[in-house]
Design a protein. Structure first.
Length: 238
């Protein structure tokens, strides 16, 4: 598990470039809205809202959306004026029980402890309300795993995530998987893109020699390569 402080530091450090570079994350947020649009109404919460991609696309919806992110710098980059921005931790939400009509989360929950996150989300949702999210699963970042000969991110499978949701008494309503891919001219450009979107491949490793080795492997890859994500979309009811 990547430390919470590292996640906060990485996204805060690259908050400005994130708003320019995270076009895959922006597309995923639009796809999430389409996936769950029938149940986006009333008072909602966007968990890991970042620079506000979801809020930007909810103008035609009859809803009021609170944006929550662990990074204050990411929230500062948001251009959202109509919805509140709150710095907070998904695993320890600053809201009362049974407060929300729906909860959304796009490309964020994999940075958290899902047991803690799902428990908190269940707590703050009203009865018969919906939790709609996407999350990378096994099969993501295949080139990185190949290049580094190790699995830097321990993504769960579809079955493991659905099992956890059932554990916290969510009822499955809808599920699908979408594949996303960005091509790069070489490995170093792919690595730069990751950094500019707040993704660190060094995880909790403070060994400078190993960090340099990771960078050198990407620099030495002088051929085309791809960054891929397999995103699981889920809608569940409390």
């Amino acid at each position: 598990m990547i430390s919470k402080n590292l996640v906060k530091f990485s996204f805060s450090r690259f908050a400005e470039s994130y708003s320019r570079e995270a076009y895959l994350q922006e597309k995923a947020s639009k796809d999430l809205i389409q996936f769950g649009k029938e149940n986006i109404r009333g008072l909602g919460l966007d968990l890991g809202s970042g620079t506000g991609y979801i809020s930007k696309n909810l103008k035609s919806f009859n809803c009021y959306l609170i944006n929550l992110d662990i990074s204050r710098e990411m929230l500062k980059q948001s251009k959202i004026k109509t919805f509140p921005l709150i710095q907070g931790d998904i695993e320890n939400l600053p809201f009362k029980n049974n407060s929300f009509d729906f909860v959304l989360s796009s490309f964020s929950l994999h940075w958290t402890n899902l047991n803690s996150s799902f428990k908190e989300i269940n707590r703050i949702l009203k009865e018969d309300s919906y939790f709609i999210f996407n999350i990378p699963i096994k099969g993501s970042l295949e080139f990185i795993n190949f290049l580094l000969k190790s699995e830097k991110f321990k993504f769960l499978s579809k079955e493991e995530i659905l099992f956890l949701l059932e554990k916290y008494n969510f009822q499955l309503d809808k599920v699908k998987i979408l594949d996303y891919c960005i091509d790069f001219e070489d490995g170093y450009r792919l690595l730069l893109h990751l950094h500019k979107t707040g993704v660190s491949l060094n995880t909790n490793d403070n060994n400078f020699k190993r960090k340099r080795l990771i960078v050198s492997k990407f620099k030495n890859w002088q051929k085309k390569c791809s960054l891929n994500y397999k995103l699981l979309y889920v809608k569940v009811k409390k």
